[in-house]
Design a protein around this ligand. Structure first.
Ligand code: 4AD
Ligand code: MG
Length: 480
């Protein structure tokens, strides 16, 4: 078989007269009795390759089998293109149909489909321009994240997916078991006997790799995880998934300020990577967003996508404390007029996404990092501040998204951590290994978690998180 040239490379070639082989899926086919024009895509780029199929060279019974969605193998001659917007095209000498797509049944027709429709056809949505673009940008962002941390001497750690602990203490875990649910083994006290379960104890899918990343950081100095995390929170929103990917750096000898600097540098690095490497895809996504926003009143439209990405690159993130944020919110118009769903009454309130978005989109008009939250609304492992009320937490808030990163400096003092574990009723016996790091060679350290799909929402300008992961998991849905 002659070497297949990917379309992204083929589109650049100018050695006209050369014989080439390429393969892909037909986006459209049009033409007359004498000549057909096939727009061919293989996922390697946004643009299609134009294949010209002359009726004299390609038999009618072959052409008759080619419709949108069919997979074909093309051998032909590279020629200069007469059309505009392309430098070359392929004059086919032979076409083999690898896989037909019956036009009466193929769901992805060359027209605009709604995002809802495409979600129901997630197995085929990769074949649209939109999901091709999202898939390529997603890959680029994964690559950029690894590159960022590698360049800075971080080690990637695979934290376990099966765990016995609840890192966030929020109890939103998916339990895993091989016990027969119709016939559960019981202890003498009548409780489920997890000693008989596969791992000999109760286990669940991880909600975060942080605790294990901390173990590694307290030896390797700087590490990061990039893995799937699972949360059984029943929040049917456009920003929550039950299965999502999280990047969790953890750095020894670092405090909350180092942590904020790292988060800001990382976000700027990956956004710049997208601007530098995903131009065609971002332009397409920008156009999509602009079309969608046409339905909104002028003053509610967001900046064009590329401008928005540029803006994040060029501006320092605003850094304020929780206390300052609550003051701003309490005095804000929507709070006074009770336009917020949750009106902020007093210090101690948990901020909702409507508040986060007000701060970012209306008040500061740029990304905001909020620090020093009340300890009662944050996880047990966060470093307790001297005021006795707050912890050294930091949340990074982005326009249209709200919280994109959550992190903190960690409590490295054994006694203080132990007190918090007791106060919050965290099962101490499950935590012995975590506590050991505070007994042996403890150091100040800090880290954070970036929700990868939240980053993807920002970079692609998509508005529903179910559209930036190939196969979304959410309440009542685990199809594909
Ligand atoms: O703020 P979270 O819960 O923080 C942690 O899990 C810490 N252990 C991180 C750390 O310090 N190492 O989650 C971190 C981020 C959030 O800011 C958000 O971007 C994302 O994960 N996230 C979700 N993304 C999609 N769907 C969900 N259900 C999410 N829950 C959190
Ligand atoms: Mg959080």
């Amino acid at each position: 078989m002659m070497k297949r040239i990917r379309i992204v490379e083929l589109l650049e070639l100018t050695d006209f007269g050369k014989e080439i082989t390429t393969m892909g899926w037909v986006r459209t086919i049009r033409g007359s009795k004498n000549v057909s024009f096939i727009a061919l895509n293989d996922g390697s780029c946004m643009k299609n390759m134009q294949i010209v199929a002359d009726a004299e060279k390609i038999p009618a019974d072959v052409l008759d089998r080619i419709h949108s969605g069919a997979a074909i193998h093309v051998v032909g001659t590279l020629v200069e293109s007469q059309g505009k917007g392309q430098i070359n095209e392929v004059q086919a000498t032979e076409i083999k149909v690898l896989g037909e797509a019956d036009p009466d049944h193929y769901p992805i027709q060359p027209k605009r489909h709604t995002l809802e429709f495409l979600r129901e056809h997630a197995h085929l949505r990769f074949r649209t321009n939109l999901f091709g673009a999202i898939t390529r940008v997603r890959h680029a962002m994964i690559f950029a994240i690894h590159q960022f941390f590698n360049d800075r001497g971080f080690y990637n750690i695979h934290s376990p997916i099966v765990t016995g602990s609840d890192a966030e203490g929020a109890g939103e875990m998916f339990q895993i078991t091989t016990l027969d649910l119709n016939n559960l083994p019981r202890t003498e006290e009548g409780e489920i006997d997890y000693k008989k379960d596969f791992f000999g104890k109760q286990t669940n899918l991880t909600v975060s790799g942080q605790l294990e990343a901390e173990l590694a950081a307290l030896a390797m100095s700087q590490v990061y995880t990039f893995g799937p995390t699972f949360r059984a929170e029943n929040s049917n929103t456009s920003r929550h998934l039950a299965e999502f990917w999280m990047i969790e750096p953890e750095v020894a000898f670092a405090d909350i300020h180092d942590n904020m600097d790292l988060a800001e540098d990382m976000l700027k690095y990956v956004v710049k990577y997208a601007l530098d490497n995903c131009k065609d895809d971002l332009e397409f996504l920008q156009q999509r967003l602009a079309n969608e926003e046409k339905q909104k009143p002028q003053n509610e439209r967001s900046m064009p996508l590329i401008e928005k990405l540029q803006f994040v690159l060029e501006n320092d993130f605003e850094r304020i404390t929780y206390t300052q944020a609550i003051d701003i919110l309490k005095n804000s118009k929507p709070n006074k007029k009770k336009q917020f769903e949750y009106v902020i009454e007093e210090w101690g309130a948990d901020m909702q996404s409507e508040h986060e978005r007000y701060l970012v989109e209306k008040h500061f008009k740029k990304p905001v990092i909020i620090t020093d939250y009340p300890k009662d609304i944050k996880a047990f492992y966060m470093k307790q501040n001297d005021d006795g009320k707050t912890v050294a937490a930091m949340d990074v808030l982005f326009p249209q998204i709200g919280e994109i990163i959550g992190g903190s400096q960690r409590e490295e003092n054994y006694d203080k951590l132990m007190t918090r574990i007791k106060e919050m009723n965290i099962p101490e016996e499950e935590m012995w290994w975590f506590l050991d790091t505070r007994k042996f060679g403890t150091v100040p350290h800090a880290g954070y978690g970036l929700g990868f799909e939240r980053l993807m929402l920002f970079v692609t300008g998509m508005t529903n998180i179910r559209d930036v992961i190939p196969f979304p998991r959410f309440p009542k849905n685990a199809e594909f």
